[in-house]
Design a protein around this ligand. Sequence first.
Ligand code: SAH
Length: 220
Amino acid sequence: MRADTFRHKGLRQQMVDTLRSKGITDEQVLRAMGEVPRHWFIDSALDSHAYEDRALKIGCEQTISHPSTVAMQSQLLDLHSGMKVLEIGTGSGYQTAVLCRMGARVFTIERQKGLFDQTRRLLAEEGYRARCFLGDGYKGLAEVNYGPYDRIIVTCGAPSIPEALMSQLRIDGIMVIPLGEDEQEMLRITKLGNDRSQWKIEKFGTYSFVPMLNGKQMKS
Ligand code: SAH
């Protein structure tokens, strides 16, 4: 078990207050983010910045999202305990841990082996029971039959809405996805039916994510 000092807890409470002041109202999200030690999910050299509302480097040219972005995406999911959630872009595992703390059954996919190995180990050691997969999130988890998912969260910038992911979302399910290349618009898509015309799309502002890469752009 990694350390979680009074100082960390105090800074974390301040972070939660900041999230409230930025308009996060979902008490389940605020509680989970008040409990998950974000400093466990970043390099110890950056420990003093763990509870600032900023993105930080996590290696492999990737970043852990701003706490306010994690909070916003988690809130938009409208999550209930016991729901099956598919996450694309495990990265540091922080968002994964927050979803676990909210009572979700989490399935998460990462394309970079280095991050995948490191984060899978960390989540297991700290008791977060997410199922971690190495692979291409564009395809979802079509080959293993855990779906359909109640919720899907994409944590990298997608150039288009991945059809394979929409097909793995249950009817009335929700996908939260940042859509765009250079910058992204946060979308919440409610799948009212299988046909594209039955996808209800709502927009929630502009964000900046690392890109969602496809199979051809993959490096080991
Ligand atoms: N949720 C993460 C965000 C990490 S950044 C966190 O809280 O730390 C986004 C992650 O998406 C990166 O780790 C990147 O490697 C991963 N990624 C990019 N394209 C992907 C793809 N096609 N499939 C799975 N993961 C992908």
